[in-house]
Design a protein around this ligand. Structure first.
Ligand SMILES: Cc1ncc(C[n+]2csc(CCOP(=O)(O)OP(=O)(O)O)c2C)c(N)n1
Ligand SMILES: [Mg+2]
Length: 304
């Protein structure tokens, strides 16, 4: 049963259809009010804490863009010294603050073994400052710093696999989740709080403004990312993948064609080739991680 209590108050300045706003609300429903939240600079922090208002009905701190994991480490250590280790600490940070500028701080938090749940809401670019690419931006996506043009197909690097990097730290709990499967997301947040040591949860978080889709479609776009195999949903414990969310794979075009950031793939000559590369990456996820409900089924790109 999803608790009725709202700990992330409405009335904030998020855009219509904001994925991270919905995710923050679900996370707090999972944690309850005995929690301290650390929230580095980014859209979520900005739209939820415009002076002198706050959506956070729990203790909340804003560190810098780059040091969410370090500040949370200090909070957790202080609680331990005060004999209050029963108060859990979580970080909710964006992909820029986690994959890029906060990467060293996150690695240190893992290495020191802090009892913290670090949740990255991944909207796949620096949205707060105007949709600049991050290392979470997927291949071929157009952003303001990777625009489509005569010499560019959009982002030319594959998305960094941050969950795999977390697993490589041998932390006891790593999970990926999606707004389209809210109970799974909430269960993972809840479960993480019972784990002794660092935990990392990556939540795919569509952004209607940055990705360019109708703001009514946020949950649908989240679901399509999972069902195409582009966003594998799984759990890993002590360095081993223990559970994967099974899908009946859909062609990647279903996910790509509803977003403006991939529009050039459907209007340019080289687009077809790029879609095939993206399909190949999804197929690799599906095969490697055993995502398909019907093993062996291959997804063909519709050439019509
Ligand atoms: C050291 C530093 N560099 C740059 C900025 C400007 N800045 C604020 S938020 C942000 C982007 C945040 O991106 P992300 O973490 O992905 O969160 P999102 O806005 O997408 O939710 C940047 C570059 C900053 N606050 N501090
Ligand atoms: Mg972002």
């Amino acid at each position: 049963m999803i608790p009725e209590q709202e700990l992330f108050a409405p009335g904030h300045n998020a855009c219509a259809g904001c994925g991270p706003a919905a995710i923050a609300r679900l996370i707090l429903k999972a944690t309850g009010d005995n929690i301290i939240v650390v929230s580095p600079t980014g859209c979520l922090e900005t739209f939820s804490s415009l002076y002198d208002l706050s959506s956070w009905e729990v203790p909340w701190m804003h560190p810098l863009f780059e040091n969410g994991a370090s500040v949370a480490s200090g909070v957790e250590a202080a609680l331990r010294i005060l004999g209050k280790a029963d108060i859990p600490v979580i970080v909710i940070g964006g992909d820029g603050g986690t994959y890029d500028i906060g990467m060293g701080a996150l690695s240190g938090m893992f290495e020191r073994g802090h009892r913290i749940t670090y949740i990255c809401y991944d909207n796949e670019a620096y949205m707060n400052t105007g949709v600049q690419r991050s290392s979470a931006t997927p291949y071929a996506a157009a952003t303001t710093t990777t625009p489509f043009g005569r010499r560019s197909i959009g982002e030319d690097r594959p998305k960094k696999n941050l969950a795999a990097i977390a697993i490589a730290h041998d932390v006891p709990y790593v999970a990926t989740a999606s707004l389209a499967y809210p109970r799974d997301l909430m269960n993972k947040v809840k479960k993480s709080l019972t784990v002794d040591g660092p935990r990392f949860i990556l939540v795919h978080s569509p952004c209607p403004v940055g990705w360019g889709f109708d703001s009514a479609l946020t949950v649908e776009v989240s679901r399509l990312a999972v069902q195409t195999g582009l966003m594998p949903v799984y759990e890993a414990e002590n360095g081993e993948i223990t559970k994967v969310f099974k899908i009946i794979p859909r062609p990647v075009e279903d996910f790509l064609k509803v977003q403006r950031r991939f529009k050039h793939l459907f209007t340019s000559e080289e687009g077809r080739e790029q879609i095939e590369l993206i399909q190949a990456a999804a197929n690799e996820n599906i095969t490697k991680m055993g995502l398909a409900k019907e093993p062996g089924r291959k997804v063909k790109v519709d050439a019509s």
